[in-house]
Design a protein around this ligand. Structure first.
Ligand SMILES: NC(=O)c1ccc[n+]([C@@H]2O[C@H](COP(=O)([O-])OP(=O)(O)OC[C@H]3O[C@@H](n4cnc5c(N)ncnc54)[C@H](OP(=O)(O)O)[C@@H]3O)[C@@H](O)[C@H]2O)c1
Length: 277
């Protein structure tokens, strides 16, 4: 082995997710994509999925060209058979699943902006049913594989709405709260089998289109520019700034790694002081 290869092997030894096999749902999105890139940088093998193949392929190609391993697949995370089939193909290829990360997000325009008193039942129920069903399905199907290995980490991203009252968000807050409850219940049942179940709850990350789309109308309605609105949100944090995607993804790496072996049942608060637990 050359000196270069020896040093490379030594560096790789230190990678936090070396030899881990991860599946990400909603990997073509802002959070799913950022987490995928961060996992790949720590040497995880990635099976990236999403409802629209093209956006997942963009992330996979980026990882491959940086020397990582990533495979893209079109998988509707609400379709049990599709999730099952994909997981099986992943097991056939990689032998196991160590990390399951659900970053699925439904377009906010469908669910935000209507006062509760005017909201119809269908629109109210949509985020609750969609978010909880997709998290339940992906977690349950991964857990069945992980139980056999007595090892694994299941993760989901939520938002501050799970813990605080925010107007004009319809069923989004109840959906986020329900997923955090599901994280706790999954952990209670799965931790005895060696599986950790954790969540992370970032505040709005303004670099993401999702947040711009969701908040720009609120900013306009309050007579503020989008920049003033961001400043207002930032002023509520202890750091007087909003979190960046890469910072959130670094936390996701730690939580998925063996360094976090003591962490289960919890949803990590990434509100930078703007919301107490
Ligand atoms: N962005 C933030 O700052 C922030 C902060 C806190 C919490 N969150 C929450 O975190 C989640 C992800 O946010 P994001 O900013 O990453 O949103 P995003 O960019 O819109 O990504 C969501 C991804 O989920 C995919 N998806 C939707 N339905 C799916 C399904 N049935 N099966 C598979 N994939 C599906 C979407 O695919 P399509 O494009 O094909 O629909 C999209 O690629 C959301 O719940 C969001 O509310 C976001």
């Amino acid at each position: 082995m050359s000196e270069y290869d020896r040093l490379r092997a030594e560096r790789n030894q230190k990678m936090m997710l070396k030899d881990k096999v991860a599946v990400i749902y909603g990997a073509g999105g802002e959070i799913g994509g950022a987490v995928a890139r961060a996992y790949a940088a720590e040497r995880a093998d990635l099976f990236l999925t999403g409802r629209t193949l093209a956006s997942v392929e963009v992330v996979a190609k980026e990882i491959l060209s940086a020397g990582g391993f990533a495979e893209a697949a079109e998988v509707d995370a609400l379709d049990e058979q599709a999730v099952e089939k994909h997981l099986q193909s992943m097991i056939d290829k990689a032998g196991r699943v160590d990390i399951s990360f659900n970053a699925v997000g439904i377009p906010d325009t469908k669910i935000l902006g209507v006062p509760l008193v005017e909201l119809d039942v269908e629109q109210f129920s949509l985020p609750i049913a969609t978010y909880t069903t997709s998290y339940f399905l992906t977690a349950r199907l991964a857990a069945r594989r992980m139980i056999a290995n007595r090892s694994g980490v299941i993760m989901r991203v939520t938002a501050l709405h799970s813990r605080t009252g925010i107007p004009l968000v319809g069923g989004y807050g109840p959906a986020m709260a329900a997923m955090e409850a599901l994280t706790r219940d999954l952990s209670a049942e799965l931790a005895p089998h060696g599986i950790r179940v954790v969540g992370l709850r970032p505040q709005a990350m303004p670099e993401t289109e999702t947040i711009k789309e969701a908040f720009e109308p609120h900013a306009k309605a309050s007579g503020m520019t989008w920049e003033e609105w961001q400043e207002m949100l930032a002023s509520r944090t202890h750091s007087r700034r909003l979190m960046m995607l890469a910072e959130m993804a670094n936390v996701a790496v730690f939580m998925a790694s063996d360094q976090a072996s003591g962490l289960t049942e919890t949803t990590v608060n990434l509100a930078m002081g703007s919301l107490d637990d």
